[in-house]
Design a protein around this ligand. Structure first.
Ligand SMILES: NC(=O)c1ccc[n+]([C@@H]2O[C@H](COP(=O)([O-])OP(=O)(O)OC[C@H]3O[C@@H](n4cnc5c(N)ncnc54)[C@H](O)[C@@H]3O)[C@@H](O)[C@H]2O)c1
Ligand SMILES: O=C(O)C[C@H](O)C(=O)O
Length: 311
């Protein structure tokens, strides 16, 4: 298996590192537009091979897409991250052009690849990649819900004083500070609803902390996060290349599912060798469905900005 990561910045390099260390591909290609960046980070990673005990081939490239040829999976992390006080949506003006051109270059050399979009605003960038690539819908996946769910489980574990591994929790909807929907009703601790252990007030706080999870880290660090985002991208790759059929909330195009059409939004999907293979219906209650519809409305309005940009 060959996996390409475009963008050798914080998220891309972290993702490539996890892919290589966990030997989730035979070859990992790291590509960036900035001269020498992927070569430097790729060489640094290669020098951990004997220290960490992995044998993954690491190929570096400064914007030479021929090195990415024949990739099975490609991840797009290229673009600017937000600074404290910004929303992800403010990145659209710069990132849309980058994501569109990178997608086109990748597809030229890897026409059969599954494309994972990470650059923000991710829901709109996924929609853009879908529309501009013309690829079958199952091969375009936006990564956001896995990360948001990991944060949800972290905050739940802190509130419960329990192991994260004993907690299930899923975040659907958009990957935005106000558009994501932590499904507290369905969150469990060892199969038991968390509402049996946490008060409504505590659950509300967990959901609120989850929704601003990215903003909290951006404020602390000065740029957005990368360890969990990189690991989340790699987990998605693992389910694809090993055909694990794991269920993750991912941003995929909806055609009537969850009451929405012609929009890419986070819903639970089965991830396997064919990309996203099936949407799972969580049977939202009326309140959750209303939040989902509102989330769709906000993302749709961001998508409409695309036509105003000269792409
Ligand atoms: N979806 C998510 O869950 C999630 C999580 C974290 C970050 N992000 C987003 O991922 C993106 C990257 O974040 P980061 O922290 O790694 O930023 P970063 O600045 O550290 O890295 C971005 C890299 O992209 C490269 N780049 C820019 N234009 C390029 C092009 N045309 N071709 C190839 N490479 C190009 C830059 O040179 C840079 O190295 C941001 O948009 C950020 O908001 C999304
Ligand atoms: O918060 C950001 O801007 C980056 C990313 O979307 C995240 O959630 O960490």
């Amino acid at each position: 298996m060959k996996v390409t990561v475009v963008g050798a910045g914080n998220v891309g390099a972290t993702c490539a590192d996890v892919l290589a260390y966990r030997q989730l591909a035979d070859e990992v290609v790291l590509l960036d537009i900035k001269e020498g960046l992927s070569e430097g980070k790729g060489l640094d990673m290669l020098q951990t091979a004997t220290l960490l005990g992995f044998g993954t081939k690491i190929t570096a490239s400064t914007n030479d897409y021929s090195k990415t040829a024949g990739s099975d999976v490609v991840l797009i992390t290229s673009g600017i991250p937000r600074k404290p006080g910004m929303t992800r949506e403010e990145l659209i003006g710069i990132n849309a052009g980058i994501v569109k051109s990178v997608t086109e270059n990748l597809i030229r050399y890897s026409p059969n690849a599954i494309v994972i979009v990470i650059s923000n605003p991710m829901d709109t960038m996924t929609y853009l990649a879908l529309k501009s690539s013309g690829l079958p819908k199952n091969r375009i996946i936006g990564m956001g819900g896995i990360l948001d769910s990991a944060r949800f489980k972290t905050y739940l574990s802190l509130a419960l004083n329990a192991s994260q591994h004993d907690i299930e929790g899923v975040v659907i909807g958009g990957h935005g500070d106000t558009t994501m929907i932590p499904l507290t009703r369905l969150a469990t601790y060892k199969g038991v609803p968390v509402s049996q252990f946490l008060s409504a007030e505590q659950l509300k706080q967990v959901a609120a902390d989850t929704m601003v999870g990215g903003a909290t880290l951006t404020k602390l660090i000065g740029t957005s996060a990368w360890y969990a985002p990189g690991a989340a991208g790699a987990l998605l790759v693992e389910s694809i290349v090993r055909d694990q059929k794991r269920v993750f909330p991912c941003c995929v195009v909806l055609d009537g599912e969850y009451g929405q059409k012609d929009i890419c939004l986070g819903v639970p999907v089965v991830i396997g060798r064919n990309g996203w293979e099936k949407i799972i219906d969580f049977q939202l209650n009326a309140e959750e469905q209303e939040l989902f519809n509102k989330s769709a409305e906000a993302v749709r309005s961001m998508n409409s900005v695309l036509s105003t940009l000269s792409l």
